[in-house]
Design a protein around this ligand. Structure first.
Ligand code: PPS
Length: 572
């Protein structure tokens, strides 16, 4: 392997010239259009700009099968990741082989055309096993494969019309040819790339400095801003974090550029893929650390891959790839020496204090507003992270009451709202069943479909309120557990979801019959009435269950407050 860049000349792109693009764009208006998913937009950008060279388009069936089974294209070229264009069965039915289609972004802008040469139904379980190591939905890419991707794949060469439009951090985005040109201009013959989906803390700085020293190379910080692992710090925050520590890196030897890659979290195969991409971006060396592109635990609670599997696979192929690995063991902080060291190189382990803060622990400290020590991260980074993840007592959340009609949901919800408003600090919105049905869902009835729609709308509004730091109190019947779970998932990506089961029995609700509805339901004058002629799935694990039969409203609302306090959502 030559550690020198033998070739900083331009890499082939799939774009046509500006004039041809204008013409093609007009003509493509007539073509059948496929609206690209966010992941497909990322893939297309790297196909078009040469990041995925030598690919010329989305894989055809023969290449796909070969990549899945052997990590190579049909002609033998090393390529570990299937780059496929998944579409719905309905869309595929209308496509004939040889047909050109337009590929549009989510606003309808035509980015490229593709000549469809292949159309097939992939064996997704096989793809999952081979590429990701297990057909287990706990793996984010396997989950995507089974639950998001369309059933049919289309393959064929792509003709690039324009880059996807980015409005954020434009100056920090470079194509492979732009980075190659920069390296050429700066005279950087050896460049080591650091791939990351996380903010840079001190351990990363130490690791990248060591790598640059070891490889005697310049350093490219090359963070992924396309799609990373669900739950990661969003890329806006991360880029602000990177910018905040730029001056900790010597400008003469280091640069930073954003990579619009959609990661798959495929560990070993992903490491090889990342290496090939960095080669295309003009790098000579690539850092692979512990658990590179790891997807987390499988559904049995075990790791999908061994911590150094990615390094092993990379090592096996690096000669062929033409990019050299700089491998690192886990870096930890040695207190006595006040520095980071690779965990496996510490000879006097038993006589020194080794400190480490895991990603999970860091998130906990941020959530609870606890200290994050300077040996772990830079104050500038911590400040940015705290701006995005304030402590729980300052974040938005949703309290979701569920129970029979007449169980007391609205009354308790109202009391809770007033108590929270008395405390102040965050805006509070009450989305009571009746209010929602008047303002948001006035056209809906009580069929399963309509109830679901009603709850999804409430969930959407509550998730927006939660995202923006407010408190949403919802009080619908919400009889179906699957719908409640879906709403929980929507909201939990922004803040806490506190499910409160108002567990008043049906008999008691019917005995009270405040609105006289139970009587009408018994007489068959109201159809599909919850508890009488329509089901109610009792919540199995609500955050709180309230007994209203022996406790008054004020006390019920107080119990909710105590729960919120215990969860850290309101200050004690
Ligand atoms: S759901 O299932 O969550 O969409 O219901 P929700 O939006 O909370 O609306 C429930 C209120 O509508 C009145 N109502 C009915 N409830 C249940 N089933 C039927 N068929 C029905 N028809 C009208 C009832 O007054 C509910 O009010 P609450 O406040 O729950 O007593």
């Amino acid at each position: 392997i030559s550690p020198m860049q033998s070739n900083l000349s331009p890499i082939p792109e799939l774009f046509v010239s500006y004039d041809s693009a204008q013409k093609l764009k007009t003509e493509a208006g007539e073509l059948t259009s496929h609206d690209l998913s966010p992941r497909q937009i990322c893939d297309l950008e790297l196909l078009m700009n040469g990041g995925f060279a030598p690919l010329k388009g989305f894989l055809g069936e023969e290449d796909y099968n070969s990549v899945v089974d052997t990590m190579r294209l049909a002609d033998g070229t090393l390529w570990p990741m299937p780059i496929t264009l998944d579409v719905s069965e309905k869309f595929a039915d209308g496509i004939e082989l040889g047909q050109d289609i337009a590929l549009r972004d989510q606003e309808g802008v035509i980015l490229a055309t593709m000549t469809v040469t292949d159309k097939w139904v992939p064996n997704k379980a096989h793809e999952a096993e081979k590429v990701f190591g297990a057909d287990d939905d706990a793996h984010p890419a396997v989950n995507y494969l089974h639950n998001k991707a369309g059933a049919v794949y289309l393959g064929g060469p792509v003709t690039g019309i324009q880059q996807p439009v980015h409005y954020d951090f434009k100056a920090r985005r470079d194509t492979p040819n732009e980075l190659r040109a920069y390296f050429r201009k700066m005279g950087w013959r050896r460049v080591v790339a650091f791939q990351t989906r996380n903010p840079l803390h001190r351990a990363h700085q130490e690791l990248t400095f060591r790598a640059a020293r070891e490889a005697q190379a310049n350093l490219l910080i090359h963070p992924v801003v396309g799609m990373t692992k669900p739950g990661d710090v969003d890329h806006f925050t991360r880029v602000r974090c990177y910018e905040a520590v730029q001056d900790k890196y010597p400008a003469a030897t280091t640069t930073m550029s954003l990579l619009p890659l959609a990661m798959r979290m495929a560990g070993p195969r992903e490491a090889v893929w990342h290496g090939l991409i960095r080669k295309n971006y003009g790098c000579t060396h690539f850092i692979v650390g512990r658990d590179h592109a790891g997807p987390g635990k499988n559904s049995a609670g075990d790791d999908f891959y061994g911590p150094y599997d990615a390094q092993d696979l990379f090592r096996e192929h690096q000669d062929e790839m033409g990019i050299e690995m700089v491998d690192f063991k886990h870096m930890v902080y040695v207190q006595e020496r006040a520095q980071y060291e690779p965990a496996d190189e510490i000879a006097d382990k038993d006589n020194v204090t080794i400190l480490n803060i895991s990603g999970t622990e860091l998130r906990r400290r941020l959530r609870e507003g606890l200290e994050i020590p300077e040996w772990f991260s830079f104050p500038e980074v911590v400040k940015e992270l705290r701006r995005t993840s304030p402590p729980r007592s300052q974040q938005g959340f949703t309290v979701f009451f569920t129970g029979f009609s007449g169980s007391g949901k609205s009354t308790i919800a109202n009391a809770l709202m007033v108590k929270l408003m008395e405390m102040g600090g965050r805006p509070v919105t009450l989305l009571d069943g009746d209010i929602v049905r008047k303002n948001l869902s006035s056209e809906l009835g009580f069929s399963k479909e309509h109830r679901d729609l009603n709850i999804r709308r409430i969930g959407y509004v509550a998730s927006e309120i939660t995202k923006n730091g407010g408190i949403a109190i919802c009080a619908p019947i919400a009889p179906y557990s699957a719908t409640r779970r879906a709403v929980r998932e929507d909201i939990e990506s922004f803040g806490a979801f506190v499910e409160v089961h108002v567990a008043t029995s049906l008999e008691e609700c019917e005995r009270r019959d405040r609105k006289g509805l139970y009587k009408l339901a018994r007489e068959g004058k109201i159809k599909e009435f919850t508890g009488i002629s329509d089901p109610y799935d009792e919540p199995k694990n609500p955050e709180l269950r309230l007994d209203t039969e022996s406790v008054d409203v004020d006390n019920c609302a107080h119990q909710v407050l105590l729960k919120l306090e215990a969860m850290g959502l309101i200050a004690a």
